[in-house]
Ligand binder design. Structure first.
Ligand code: COA
Length: 154
């Protein structure tokens, strides 16, 4: 298993990975497919940092940190087959380290869908604290869900 920065040449497999999660992972907040062009745009952005976990050339997990002023907004996924093996923890740590180096980020934020209990436990285990709640902050599959804002200052 290798954790590395995603490259432009990973665009197709990253888009395929993200879209496969729409079918296998009901807890992600996104509900629309991601195009390869959108992934390319993200990979070219100097305000985003995208890391992937690779297992025999297949993507087992991915993280994005979006730079917003001095803050980093994190999203992270691990493919269902690889969850619960410590990979999320390693990827989160590598992403935060890379964002500290590239953007000097010290404040990390994760916006979590309130019904996503595994993600809540994951971020709490990794030292994130609940800073607030935006009622009906996410709209997905015809329903509003509360958005929880978790923060870690390093
Ligand atoms: C949340 C997610 C990234 C965690 O990745 P993972 O590889 O399964 O997590 P890890 O195995 O690294 O677990 C790290 C810690 O979180 C805890 N944890 C993870 N999932 C948990 C769960 N469902 N229930 C309780 N604790 C959990 C682990 O016990 C572990 O604690 P430890 O360090 O004390 O051993 C992954 O489950 C996932 O992709 N979920 C769906 C997508 C999603 O919701 N992403 C977040 C939106 S930004």
């Amino acid at each position: 298993m290798e954790i590395r920065l995603a490259k432009l040449s990973d665009s197709k497999k990253l888009a395929d990975y993200k879209n496969s999660l729409l079918l296998t992972c009901s807890m992600i907040s996104r509900s629309e497919p991601t195009s390869m062009e959108a992934v390319k745009k993200s990979l070219k952005s100097d305000r985003r940092l995208i890391l992937i976990c690779e297992h025999n050339t297949a993507i087992a997990g991915a993280s994005t940190i979006k730079k917003r002023d001095h803050k980093g907004i994190i999203s992270i996924t691990i493919s269902p087959n690889f969850q619960g093996k410590g990979l999320g923890k390693k990827l989160l740590s590598a992403s935060m380290k890379a964002a500290r180096k590239k953007f000097c980020t010290k404040v990390f934020i994760s916006n979590i869908y309130s019904e996503n209990t595994s993600s809540i436990k994951f971020f709490e285990k990794n030292g994130f604290l609940l800073a607030g709640k935006i009622p009906k902050g996410f709209y997905k599959n015809g329903k509003y869900h509360d958005k929880l804002i978790y923060v870690k200052v390093v």
